[in-house]
Design a protein around this ligand. Structure first.
Ligand SMILES: Nc1ncnc2c1ncn2[C@@H]1O[C@H](COP(=O)(O)OP(=O)(O)OP(=O)(O)O)[C@@H](O)[C@H]1O
Length: 898
């Protein structure tokens, strides 16, 4: 086998010589790039058509450990010394044992074939720094006793590169016309990832941000797809026989796999990836290729699923593997059972037929108008509650309690109406992890009751009501949709227990069929609160035990569920950032052990500088210092961002920086990553104010307090410092958005001091004076393509304001207008209940813009929401004409003038 590092550029270079290498052919003379050290002696180069393939022997884990050739690059002679030098630093970290294995020769006649060893063989690839005497072998700051193998920019790292096993499929992909497109093929994963992928029982995967959770899930799905494909062709692969043997997969002709994500953006990316993988697994059939969605023309959630009906009954085999959002999953489940939840809303402008069509414009409009999201709860409901009740409570905390515990917890599923009684809810204060007193719970229950009453009066519903109704129907009615063979649920931390419990009806293969993945350090979704251990408990109680009572005793043994798997290697950023984020996690472990799962700290092979705390002069505003220099200001590029706490802060900063930088709130940036992040005034705007001094309490316990630090500080009190938990999780999400540089800047020194002192004491940050040269070095210009690509990412996150700015910077008028109109429509949707008149006039403006740029579907949707069905029809017809004749079709003029 040969492993090949791929870039689009390579496709031009391959002439089959790599195949020869992989089959044991070697040129008579192959040169060593450099030969000064033992490790670099394994570096080889082979000449191919005037270019050089630079590679090293390596070892991969398969059925046995096996020698492979790893190709690092193909490049002209003059570029080799630079790569050689960088590689040498990495290869010097290899252990002698590892190098000996790599160079062992095994000949069959004249052919050199790969040597292999049993998996029981033990060896380490990299030297263990803690036992090495010559520390100079390692790079960067090693004061923490860890070793870093590479010191490079994250974006240029050789160790974070993806490698692909060379096969005829890969070469076909390379040689086909896919210029400039990133390769979407299964790449070589780490041993840790591989073990999870091959584990055949139901499992739970946890790992911090960027550790490969989604990768493992999609590869698992791909693995099953490929095995099934081989099985159907009659090629039995002994290694993967588990899939073939699984009763679930042999009785039908279709392998039914379901992949569910919470965010539409992630769902879209995975759908693309899965279709590419499927096409690859099946030898790249044309029909699969054609069904790929146009990346750029991605629109609202429903358009992703145009080809999928709102029901799990008789799904066409070609729709599998089914990749959908959780929202779509609920709609499909609703459509599978009788008596749709939405039929009860008598003013719903729906017929049963319409309900079953996922394209029904009126149906989508109804949900948009009537669903109470967190935003609507806080803007339209909260102000109506008695202030005596709401006074000392945080709106997001109350929403979480209602959605996750009163209406969405494990206890709720078991109660008769799907909601906890006051008595049961108040009693939770005696249970694990409760930091709400009896009295506070009583008050929250009062608010809950007021909320339910008001909601009923408004004829509205929330997601929990919908889920309760589905649970109720499933109790009385057998699910008769397609049974799934395997279900994968990503971002599971953003779901409630009763939402997760719905999946048990979809798949009888409890022992092998479920994989859940997520990260509780990133739970900043409004309304959700749980740990992974809780899902495990739920899985055991609701999935395993309930399936056992229906089956015979022989299933007992099979009923065991897997341990939680932990992913620990970070692929997104360097050690400087990881150490800082771990320090935040440590505080969560200490203060809120019940709101986060304990994981081994992440590791990174890449050394990187510690984040920078910016200090500016007295009375000097850092933002003005960086962006206010009206002379030759470059501004932040598309890969850089200013992160702030909330909308108000965003508006304030945007007024100063204008279009010179992207400004996002922490909630908005979740799931996104940037090259550089400036975290602005996080502490200064914190509701915790001077209570951040409770950090000194932790420092005292850790023996980190010295004489320069305060002697007096508050002791930690769970009830009083409850809000610290969500503050730390937000801080964690903010600092983990960066790949390379992180600057932290505060306006109120007093409030940030405790955390800064904690970080300084642990040598996790460096303090820099913000002078002109630093301000300049922070700014990196971007090309029009980079701005557009960032705009598309933000558009998919529904962040239209910032997306519009990106498209403007990219000079793309069509997208600028489209994003502007989408933004207006979103504002109108939010105002629909509180101010219908203004909402309608904003919506009309959006409709006209959509219409003007030829975005007929969206224009039709707006006109339909406005009740202007005739115009909606015209726009819809126009859309059809565009699809048939193109945007300048004269027939439109004819229709609109009629
Ligand atoms: N073995 C690997 N080699 C190289 N890159 C990898 C490897 N495994 C994962 N990656 C890459 O690392 C990045 C992060 O992976 P992924 O999105 O799966 O992480 P995640 O844990 O789901 O992150 P988050 O929680 O932030 O969504 C992706 O670009 C992925 O392609």
């Amino acid at each position: 086998m040969i492993c090949l590092m791929l870039t689009a550029y390579f496709s031009k270079m391959l002439d089959g010589r790599c195949f020869l290498l992989s089959s044991g052919w070697r040129p008579k003379k192959h040169n060593v790039v450099t030969s000064c050290s033992r490790s670099s002696q394994i570096l080889k180069k082979f000449k191919v058509e005037g270019l050089y393939i630079v590679c090293t022997p390596d070892i991969a884990k398969d059925l046995r450990y096996i020698q492979i050739l790893k190709v690092w690059d193909i490049l002209p002679l003059e570029d080799i010394p630079k790569l050689g030098h960088r590689l040498e630093t990495i290869l010097n970290r290899y252990t002698d044992d590892f190098i000996n294995l790599c160079v062992e020769k095994y000949l069959e006649g004249d052919l050199e074939v790969p040597q292999s060893w049993p998996l029981s063989m033990e060896f380490s690839r990299f030297k263990d720094f803690s036992v090495t005497e010559t520390q100079s072998d390692f790079v960067g700051d090693t004061s923490d006793g860890r070793s870093y193998v590479e010191n490079s920019q994250v974006s240029e790292s050789l160790l974070l590169m993806k490698f692909y096993a060379l096969s005829s499929g890969v070469v076909n992909h390379l040689l086909s016309d896919r210029e400039g497109r990133e390769l979407d093929l299964p790449f070589e994963v780490t041993d840790q990832e591989r073990d999870i992928i091959l584990h055949h029982r139901s499992s739970f995967i946890v790992g911090r941000s960027g550790t490969g959770k989604t990768t493992v899930l999609t590869m698992k799905l791909f693995q099953k797809e490929r095995c099934y494909h081989l099985a159907m062709q009659g090629c039995y692969d002994t290694e993967n026989s588990k899939v073939e043997q699984s009763s679930a997969t042999t009785d039908g002709k279709v392998l039914r796999q379901l992949f569910v994500t919470v965010s539409p953006k992630l769902c879209f990316a995975i759908k693309q990836h899965v279709l590419h993988l499927k096409s690859f697994a099946c030898g790249g059939s044309d029909s699969t290729e054609r069904s790929l969605i146009d990346m750029v023309d991605f629109d609202e959630e429903e358009s992703q699923f145009k080809d999928i009906q709102d029901s799990f009954r008789d799904i066409p085999p070609s729709s599998y593997p089914l990749v959908i959002t959780f929202h779509k999953f609920l709609m499909m489940l609703d459509g599978t059972l009788s008596n749709s939840y939405f039929a009860r809303f008598c003013d719903a402008p729906l017929t049963h037929g319409q309900l079953r069509s996922s394209r029904s414009v009126a149906f989508q409009a109804f949900i948009r108008a009537k669903e109470v999201s967190y935003e609507r709860f806080s803007s339209s409901y909260w102000p109506h509650f008695n202030t005596q009740l709401t006074n000392n409570l945080d709106v997001s905390r109350v929403f979480t309690e209602i959605i996750s515990h009163i209406k969405g917890g494990l206890g709720s599923i078991e109660s008769c109406n799907g909601k906890l009684s006051r008595e049961d809810y108040v009693q939770l204060c005696e249970g694990r992890g409760s930091n709400l007193s009896k009295q506070k719970r009583d008050t929250i229950y009062d608010i809950f009751q007021a909320y339910e009453k008001l909601k009923k009066g408004n004829g509205e519903f929330d997601l929990a009501d919908f889920v309760i109704d589905l649970q109720r129907r499933l109790k009385h009615e057998k699910y008769e949709g397609d049974q799934m063979d395997f279900i994968y649920i990503d971002e599971v931390q953003d779901l409630t227990m009763s939402q997760i419990a719905l999946f048990k009806h979809m798949c009888n293969n409890v022992d092998e069929g479920f994989v859940f993945s997520g990260d509780t350090a990133q739970t900043i979704a409004r309304g959700i609160d749980f740990r992974f251990q809780d899902i495990r408990h739920l899985f055991y109680k609701k999935f395993v035990l309930e399936s056992r009572t229906n089956k015979h005793d022989e299933r007992k043994e099979k009923g065991k569920i897997s341990e939680i798997y932990h992913l620990t290697q970070n692929f997104r950023t360097h050690a400087g950032i990881l150490k800082l984020s771990q320090s935040i996690i440590d505080l969560l472990y200490r203060f809120f052990p019940l709101s986060i799962d304990v994981l081994k700290p992440e590791s990174s092979l890449i050394y990187g500088e510690a984040p920078v705390v910016l200090e500016s002069g007295e009375n000097e505003n850092a933002i003005i210092k960086i962006f206010g220099n009206s002379g030759n200001i470059v501004g932040f590029g598309a890969e850089q961002v200013i992160l702030v706490r909330d909308d108000a802060a965003r508006k304030g900063i945007s007024n100063v920086v204008g279009k010179h930088a992207l400004v996002l709130t922490i909630v908005e940036c979740k799931g996104l990553e940037f090259q550089d992040v400036l975290l602005y005034n996080f502490f200064g705007s914190s509701p915790l104010k001077n209570q951040w001094r409770v950090i000194y309490d932790y420092m005292k316990e850790q023996d980190l307090l010295d004489s320069t630090l305060p002697k007096k500080f508050p002791s930690f009190n769970e009830a009083k410092h409850n809000i610290l938990c969500s503050e730390l999780k937000q801080l964690y999400v903010a600092v983990t958005r960066t790949r390379q540089r992180l600057w932290i800047c505060e306006t109120v020194e007093e409030i940030s001091k405790p955390m800064f002192n904690y970080w300084k004491k642990k040598c996790l940050v460096q303090v820099r004076q913000l002078d002109d040269s630093l301000a300049q070095a922070m700014q990196v210009a971007s090309s029009a393509e980079e701005w557009k690509s960032r705009g598309i990412k933000l558009y998919r996150e529904n962040n239209y304001e910032m997306a519009t700015m990106c498209f403007e910077r990219a000079g793309d008028t069509y997208w600028e207008q489209r994003s502007k109109a989408a933004g207006l429509k979103a504002i109108a949707d939010r105002m629909r209940v509180s101010n219908p008149e203004v909402a309608n006039s904003i919506l009309r403006e959006a409709a006209e813009i959509f219409d003007a740029i030829g975005k007929a579907d969206s224009a039709a949707r707006c006109f339909s929401d406005l009740g202007e069905y005739e115009r909606a029809d015209i726009a819809h017809l126009y859309g059809l004409r565009i699809a048939r004749y193109g945007p300048h079709s004269s027939s439109f003029t004819h229709i609109s003038s009629n």
